[in-house]
Design a protein around this ligand. Structure first.
Ligand code: F6R
Length: 357
Protein backbone atom coordinates (compact mmCIF):
# COMPACT_ATOMS: atom_id res chain seq x y z
CA UNK A 1 0.00 0.00 0.00
CA UNK A 2 1.27 3.47 -0.75
CA UNK A 3 -0.40 4.96 2.33
CA UNK A 4 0.06 8.70 2.51
CA UNK A 5 2.42 8.76 -0.44
CA UNK A 6 1.27 10.35 -3.70
CA UNK A 7 3.04 7.64 -5.70
CA UNK A 8 4.62 4.26 -5.22
CA UNK A 9 7.79 5.60 -6.78
CA UNK A 10 8.13 8.24 -4.07
CA UNK A 11 7.51 5.66 -1.36
CA UNK A 12 10.01 3.25 -2.88
CA UNK A 13 12.71 5.91 -3.20
CA UNK A 14 12.13 6.75 0.46
CA UNK A 15 12.47 3.10 1.45
CA UNK A 16 16.04 2.86 0.17
CA UNK A 17 17.81 3.48 3.50
CA UNK A 18 15.65 0.82 5.17
CA UNK A 19 16.37 -1.58 2.32
CA UNK A 20 20.12 -1.14 2.77
CA UNK A 21 19.75 -1.81 6.52
CA UNK A 22 17.65 -4.85 5.76
CA UNK A 23 20.31 -6.18 3.39
CA UNK A 24 23.00 -5.69 6.05
CA UNK A 25 20.85 -7.68 8.51
CA UNK A 26 20.27 -10.52 6.07
CA UNK A 27 23.84 -10.92 4.90
CA UNK A 28 25.77 -10.71 8.15
CA UNK A 29 26.18 -13.14 11.02
CA UNK A 30 26.18 -12.37 14.74
CA UNK A 31 29.86 -11.44 14.61
CA UNK A 32 29.08 -8.83 11.95
CA UNK A 33 30.83 -10.78 9.18
CA UNK A 34 29.40 -11.29 5.73
CA UNK A 35 27.67 -14.63 5.56
CA UNK A 36 26.61 -16.19 2.26
CA UNK A 37 25.17 -19.66 1.84
CA UNK A 38 27.57 -22.53 1.15
CA UNK A 39 25.85 -22.94 -2.21
CA UNK A 40 26.64 -19.39 -3.31
CA UNK A 41 30.18 -19.64 -1.94
CA UNK A 42 30.96 -22.79 -3.84
CA UNK A 43 29.51 -21.40 -7.09
CA UNK A 44 31.71 -18.32 -6.97
CA UNK A 45 34.78 -20.20 -5.81
CA UNK A 46 34.70 -22.31 -8.97
CA UNK A 47 34.41 -19.34 -11.33
CA UNK A 48 37.23 -17.68 -13.28
CA UNK A 49 34.98 -14.98 -14.76
CA UNK A 50 31.57 -13.53 -14.01
CA UNK A 51 29.03 -12.75 -16.72
CA UNK A 52 26.30 -10.43 -15.45
CA UNK A 53 23.18 -10.67 -17.61
CA UNK A 54 20.29 -8.23 -17.17
CA UNK A 55 17.99 -5.61 -18.74
CA UNK A 56 17.21 -1.96 -18.13
CA UNK A 57 17.84 -0.67 -14.65
CA UNK A 58 19.16 -4.05 -13.54
CA UNK A 59 21.73 -3.87 -16.36
CA UNK A 60 22.72 -0.40 -15.15
CA UNK A 61 23.21 -1.79 -11.64
CA UNK A 62 25.30 -4.56 -13.20
CA UNK A 63 27.67 -1.96 -14.70
CA UNK A 64 28.37 -0.69 -11.20
CA UNK A 65 28.66 -4.28 -9.95
CA UNK A 66 31.31 -5.04 -12.56
CA UNK A 67 33.55 -2.28 -11.22
CA UNK A 68 33.04 -3.43 -7.64
CA UNK A 69 33.70 -7.10 -8.46
CA UNK A 70 36.83 -6.31 -10.45
CA UNK A 71 38.30 -3.76 -8.05
CA UNK A 72 37.40 -5.46 -4.77
CA UNK A 73 37.41 -9.15 -5.64
CA UNK A 74 39.80 -9.04 -8.60
CA UNK A 75 37.55 -11.29 -10.64
CA UNK A 76 37.11 -10.40 -14.33
CA UNK A 77 33.49 -9.45 -14.90
CA UNK A 78 31.46 -8.67 -18.01
CA UNK A 79 28.00 -7.12 -18.16
CA UNK A 80 25.61 -7.99 -20.96
CA UNK A 81 22.14 -6.95 -22.07
CA UNK A 82 20.04 -10.13 -22.02
CA UNK A 83 18.36 -9.62 -25.40
CA UNK A 84 21.77 -9.29 -27.07
CA UNK A 85 23.61 -11.97 -25.16
CA UNK A 86 21.20 -14.70 -26.17
CA UNK A 87 21.92 -14.20 -29.86
CA UNK A 88 25.51 -12.97 -29.78
CA UNK A 89 27.18 -14.92 -27.05
CA UNK A 90 30.75 -13.75 -26.48
CA UNK A 91 33.63 -16.17 -26.15
CA UNK A 92 33.32 -17.65 -22.70
CA UNK A 93 36.08 -18.34 -20.21
CA UNK A 94 36.69 -21.93 -19.13
CA UNK A 95 34.78 -21.61 -15.83
CA UNK A 96 32.14 -18.92 -16.30
CA UNK A 97 29.58 -18.03 -13.67
CA UNK A 98 26.40 -16.36 -14.87
CA UNK A 99 24.80 -13.83 -12.57
CA UNK A 100 21.26 -12.85 -13.51
CA UNK A 101 20.11 -9.53 -12.07
CA UNK A 102 16.35 -9.16 -12.10
CA UNK A 103 14.06 -7.31 -9.73
CA UNK A 104 11.03 -9.33 -10.82
CA UNK A 105 12.80 -12.58 -11.62
CA UNK A 106 10.41 -12.92 -14.54
CA UNK A 107 12.05 -11.02 -17.38
CA UNK A 108 11.72 -13.16 -20.51
CA UNK A 109 14.89 -11.89 -22.22
CA UNK A 110 16.94 -12.89 -19.17
CA UNK A 111 15.19 -16.20 -18.82
CA UNK A 112 15.99 -17.07 -22.44
CA UNK A 113 19.69 -16.67 -21.63
CA UNK A 114 19.37 -18.71 -18.45
CA UNK A 115 17.77 -21.57 -20.40
CA UNK A 116 20.57 -21.46 -22.96
CA UNK A 117 23.46 -21.38 -20.47
CA UNK A 118 21.95 -24.21 -18.46
CA UNK A 119 21.63 -26.24 -21.64
CA UNK A 120 25.36 -25.73 -22.10
CA UNK A 121 25.98 -27.01 -18.58
CA UNK A 122 27.00 -23.74 -16.92
CA UNK A 123 26.08 -22.57 -13.42
CA UNK A 124 23.91 -19.58 -12.64
CA UNK A 125 23.23 -17.32 -9.67
CA UNK A 126 20.13 -15.12 -9.67
CA UNK A 127 19.90 -11.89 -7.70
CA UNK A 128 16.24 -11.04 -7.45
CA UNK A 129 13.71 -9.32 -5.27
CA UNK A 130 11.11 -12.06 -5.67
CA UNK A 131 11.64 -15.39 -3.91
CA UNK A 132 10.24 -18.26 -5.93
CA UNK A 133 10.34 -16.28 -9.18
CA UNK A 134 11.18 -18.10 -12.42
CA UNK A 135 14.79 -16.91 -12.58
CA UNK A 136 15.27 -17.85 -8.94
CA UNK A 137 13.80 -21.32 -9.32
CA UNK A 138 15.73 -22.13 -12.48
CA UNK A 139 19.16 -20.91 -11.34
CA UNK A 140 21.48 -22.97 -9.15
CA UNK A 141 21.49 -20.37 -6.39
CA UNK A 142 19.69 -17.18 -5.42
CA UNK A 143 20.68 -14.07 -3.51
CA UNK A 144 17.62 -12.07 -2.52
CA UNK A 145 17.49 -8.27 -2.68
CA UNK A 146 15.25 -7.96 0.39
CA UNK A 147 13.86 -4.69 -0.95
CA UNK A 148 10.18 -5.46 -0.42
CA UNK A 149 7.64 -5.32 -3.26
CA UNK A 150 8.47 -2.76 -5.95
CA UNK A 151 5.24 -1.57 -7.56
CA UNK A 152 6.18 1.56 -9.52
CA UNK A 153 7.21 0.73 -13.07
CA UNK A 154 10.32 2.88 -12.68
CA UNK A 155 12.74 0.82 -10.65
CA UNK A 156 14.51 2.64 -7.82
CA UNK A 157 15.06 0.64 -4.65
CA UNK A 158 15.89 -2.51 -6.62
CA UNK A 159 18.79 -0.63 -8.26
CA UNK A 160 20.40 0.36 -4.96
CA UNK A 161 19.63 -3.07 -3.48
CA UNK A 162 21.34 -4.81 -6.38
CA UNK A 163 24.46 -2.69 -5.99
CA UNK A 164 24.59 -3.39 -2.25
CA UNK A 165 24.16 -7.16 -2.74
CA UNK A 166 26.78 -7.19 -5.52
CA UNK A 167 29.19 -5.40 -3.16
CA UNK A 168 28.54 -8.02 -0.50
CA UNK A 169 29.26 -10.76 -3.03
CA UNK A 170 32.47 -8.99 -4.09
CA UNK A 171 33.62 -8.70 -0.49
CA UNK A 172 32.93 -12.33 0.19
CA UNK A 173 34.91 -13.43 -2.86
CA UNK A 174 37.76 -11.08 -1.90
CA UNK A 175 37.92 -12.46 1.62
CA UNK A 176 37.80 -16.07 0.43
CA UNK A 177 40.74 -15.32 -1.88
CA UNK A 178 42.71 -13.65 0.90
CA UNK A 179 42.63 -10.26 -0.80
CA UNK A 180 43.22 -7.12 1.17
CA UNK A 181 39.97 -5.26 1.79
CA UNK A 182 40.16 -1.48 1.31
CA UNK A 183 37.52 -0.73 3.98
CA UNK A 184 34.94 -2.59 6.04
CA UNK A 185 31.82 -2.99 3.94
CA UNK A 186 28.97 -3.42 6.40
CA UNK A 187 29.72 -0.32 8.53
CA UNK A 188 30.15 1.69 5.34
CA UNK A 189 26.80 0.43 4.02
CA UNK A 190 25.25 1.48 7.33
CA UNK A 191 26.73 4.95 6.81
CA UNK A 192 25.35 4.96 3.26
CA UNK A 193 21.88 4.31 4.70
CA UNK A 194 22.21 7.26 7.10
CA UNK A 195 23.32 9.55 4.29
CA UNK A 196 20.43 8.31 2.13
CA UNK A 197 18.09 9.36 4.94
CA UNK A 198 19.56 12.84 4.98
CA UNK A 199 19.20 13.22 1.20
CA UNK A 200 15.62 12.00 1.25
CA UNK A 201 14.83 14.56 3.94
CA UNK A 202 15.89 17.34 1.55
CA UNK A 203 13.66 16.42 -1.37
CA UNK A 204 12.60 20.01 -2.01
CA UNK A 205 16.15 20.86 -3.08
CA UNK A 206 15.97 18.32 -5.86
CA UNK A 207 12.47 19.38 -6.78
CA UNK A 208 13.93 22.84 -7.19
CA UNK A 209 16.78 21.53 -9.37
CA UNK A 210 14.29 19.57 -11.42
CA UNK A 211 12.18 22.72 -11.94
CA UNK A 212 15.21 24.68 -13.02
CA UNK A 213 16.74 22.14 -15.33
CA UNK A 214 14.11 19.64 -16.47
CA UNK A 215 10.61 21.06 -16.21
CA UNK A 216 10.31 22.48 -19.71
CA UNK A 217 13.24 21.05 -21.65
CA UNK A 218 12.81 18.74 -24.66
CA UNK A 219 16.14 17.04 -23.98
CA UNK A 220 18.93 16.66 -21.44
CA UNK A 221 22.31 15.04 -20.84
CA UNK A 222 23.69 13.31 -17.79
CA UNK A 223 27.47 13.21 -17.85
CA UNK A 224 30.08 11.62 -15.62
CA UNK A 225 33.16 9.41 -15.73
CA UNK A 226 33.77 5.91 -14.47
CA UNK A 227 31.15 4.89 -11.92
CA UNK A 228 29.48 8.26 -12.37
CA UNK A 229 28.99 7.49 -16.07
CA UNK A 230 27.17 4.28 -15.12
CA UNK A 231 24.85 6.24 -12.82
CA UNK A 232 24.30 8.72 -15.66
CA UNK A 233 22.86 5.89 -17.77
CA UNK A 234 20.43 5.15 -14.97
CA UNK A 235 19.58 8.85 -14.57
CA UNK A 236 18.84 9.15 -18.28
CA UNK A 237 16.71 5.99 -18.22
CA UNK A 238 14.66 7.27 -15.25
CA UNK A 239 14.09 10.64 -16.93
CA UNK A 240 13.13 9.06 -20.26
CA UNK A 241 10.73 6.50 -18.93
CA UNK A 242 8.68 8.66 -16.61
CA UNK A 243 9.00 12.23 -17.91
CA UNK A 244 9.39 11.46 -21.64
CA UNK A 245 12.26 13.92 -21.95
CA UNK A 246 14.85 12.74 -24.45
CA UNK A 247 17.81 12.03 -22.21
CA UNK A 248 21.31 10.73 -22.81
CA UNK A 249 23.68 9.32 -20.22
CA UNK A 250 27.22 9.85 -21.46
CA UNK A 251 30.83 9.42 -20.37
CA UNK A 252 32.03 13.02 -20.16
CA UNK A 253 35.12 12.51 -22.27
CA UNK A 254 33.21 10.92 -25.13
CA UNK A 255 30.85 13.87 -25.71
CA UNK A 256 33.29 15.74 -27.88
CA UNK A 257 33.42 12.78 -30.25
CA UNK A 258 29.99 13.59 -31.64
CA UNK A 259 27.15 14.15 -29.22
CA UNK A 260 28.34 17.59 -28.20
CA UNK A 261 26.78 18.72 -31.50
CA UNK A 262 23.42 18.45 -29.74
CA UNK A 263 24.31 21.05 -27.12
CA UNK A 264 22.50 24.33 -27.76
CA UNK A 265 21.75 27.43 -25.77
CA UNK A 266 20.06 26.26 -22.60
CA UNK A 267 20.45 22.49 -23.05
CA UNK A 268 20.49 21.10 -19.51
CA UNK A 269 23.57 19.01 -18.70
CA UNK A 270 23.58 17.33 -15.32
CA UNK A 271 27.08 16.30 -14.24
CA UNK A 272 27.67 13.74 -11.50
CA UNK A 273 31.08 14.10 -9.87
CA UNK A 274 31.91 11.68 -7.07
CA UNK A 275 35.19 10.15 -8.23
CA UNK A 276 38.32 12.06 -7.12
CA UNK A 277 40.39 10.33 -9.82
CA UNK A 278 38.47 11.99 -12.67
CA UNK A 279 37.33 15.18 -10.96
CA UNK A 280 39.42 17.54 -13.10
CA UNK A 281 38.64 15.72 -16.34
CA UNK A 282 34.89 15.85 -15.90
CA UNK A 283 35.01 19.48 -14.83
CA UNK A 284 36.85 20.13 -18.08
CA UNK A 285 34.02 18.40 -19.93
CA UNK A 286 31.47 20.58 -18.12
CA UNK A 287 33.37 23.69 -19.28
CA UNK A 288 33.26 22.38 -22.86
CA UNK A 289 29.47 22.15 -22.84
CA UNK A 290 28.99 25.43 -20.97
CA UNK A 291 31.09 27.13 -23.66
CA UNK A 292 28.49 25.88 -26.15
CA UNK A 293 25.57 27.28 -24.17
CA UNK A 294 24.67 24.37 -21.89
CA UNK A 295 22.86 25.01 -18.65
CA UNK A 296 25.06 22.87 -16.39
CA UNK A 297 24.06 21.45 -13.02
CA UNK A 298 26.88 19.87 -11.03
CA UNK A 299 26.07 17.35 -8.31
CA UNK A 300 29.28 16.34 -6.58
CA UNK A 301 30.47 14.63 -3.44
CA UNK A 302 32.66 15.71 -0.56
CA UNK A 303 36.14 14.39 -1.20
CA UNK A 304 36.39 15.92 -4.67
CA UNK A 305 37.53 19.51 -4.97
CA UNK A 306 34.57 21.61 -6.01
CA UNK A 307 33.79 24.88 -7.76
CA UNK A 308 30.27 26.21 -8.38
CA UNK A 309 28.48 22.98 -7.58
CA UNK A 310 24.73 23.02 -7.15
CA UNK A 311 24.78 20.29 -4.56
CA UNK A 312 27.55 18.53 -2.68
CA UNK A 313 26.65 15.10 -1.34
CA UNK A 314 28.20 13.74 1.87
CA UNK A 315 31.26 11.56 1.33
CA UNK A 316 31.14 7.78 1.05
CA UNK A 317 33.81 5.40 -0.22
CA UNK A 318 34.04 6.26 -3.94
CA UNK A 319 33.30 2.69 -5.03
CA UNK A 320 29.93 2.88 -3.23
CA UNK A 321 29.16 6.41 -4.46
CA UNK A 322 26.51 5.19 -6.96
CA UNK A 323 24.31 4.25 -3.98
CA UNK A 324 24.25 7.95 -3.11
CA UNK A 325 24.57 9.79 -6.43
CA UNK A 326 21.60 7.96 -7.91
CA UNK A 327 19.19 9.45 -5.34
CA UNK A 328 19.28 13.02 -6.69
CA UNK A 329 18.73 11.80 -10.24
CA UNK A 330 15.84 9.54 -9.20
CA UNK A 331 14.27 12.49 -7.38
CA UNK A 332 14.84 14.89 -10.27
CA UNK A 333 13.25 12.43 -12.69
CA UNK A 334 10.30 12.01 -10.35
CA UNK A 335 9.68 15.74 -9.95
CA UNK A 336 10.14 16.34 -13.68
CA UNK A 337 7.45 13.74 -14.44
CA UNK A 338 5.18 15.31 -11.84
CA UNK A 339 5.70 18.86 -13.15
CA UNK A 340 5.01 17.71 -16.71
CA UNK A 341 1.78 16.00 -15.73
CA UNK A 342 2.96 12.46 -16.49
CA UNK A 343 1.58 9.33 -14.86
CA UNK A 344 4.58 8.66 -12.60
CA UNK A 345 3.79 5.10 -11.51
CA UNK A 346 2.43 3.88 -14.84
CA UNK A 347 4.36 5.48 -17.68
CA UNK A 348 3.05 5.00 -21.20
CA UNK A 349 4.11 1.95 -23.23
CA UNK A 350 5.73 0.20 -20.26
CA UNK A 351 4.91 -2.76 -18.04
CA UNK A 352 6.45 -3.63 -14.70
CA UNK A 353 7.77 -6.95 -15.78
CA UNK A 354 8.51 -7.71 -19.39
CA UNK A 355 7.50 -11.29 -19.97
CA UNK A 356 7.88 -11.33 -23.75
CA UNK A 357 11.19 -11.58 -25.61
C1 F6R B 1 13.36 0.71 -15.46
C2 F6R B 1 12.83 -0.63 -15.36
C3 F6R B 1 13.21 -1.65 -16.35
C4 F6R B 1 13.62 -2.94 -15.65
C5 F6R B 1 13.90 -4.05 -16.66
C6 F6R B 1 14.40 -5.31 -15.98
O1 F6R B 1 12.96 1.52 -14.41
O2 F6R B 1 12.09 -0.91 -14.45
O3 F6R B 1 14.25 -1.18 -17.16
O4 F6R B 1 14.74 -2.67 -14.86
O5 F6R B 1 12.75 -4.33 -17.38
O6 F6R B 1 13.48 -5.80 -15.08
P1 F6R B 1 13.89 -6.90 -14.02
O7 F6R B 1 14.91 -6.30 -13.13
O8 F6R B 1 12.61 -7.24 -13.32
O9 F6R B 1 14.44 -8.07 -14.79
Amino acid sequence: EKGTYAHYMLKEMDEQPAVIRNIIQHYQNDAGDIELTEGVRSLVSEADRIYIVACGTSYNAGLVGKDILERIAGIPTEVHVSSEFGYNMPLLSSRPLFVFLSQSGETADSRAVLVEVKKRGYKALTMTNVPGSTLSREANETMLLHAGPEIAVASTKAYTAQIAVLAILAYDIARANGKELPFELMPELARVATIMDSIMSQKELFEDLSDRYLKTTPNTFFIGRGLDASVCLEGALKVKEISYIQAEGYPGGELKHGSIALIEDGTPVIALISQPKTNLNIRGNVKEVVARGANACIISMQGVEHENDEFILPHVEPILAPLITVLPVQLMAYYAALARGCDVDKPRNLAKSVTVE
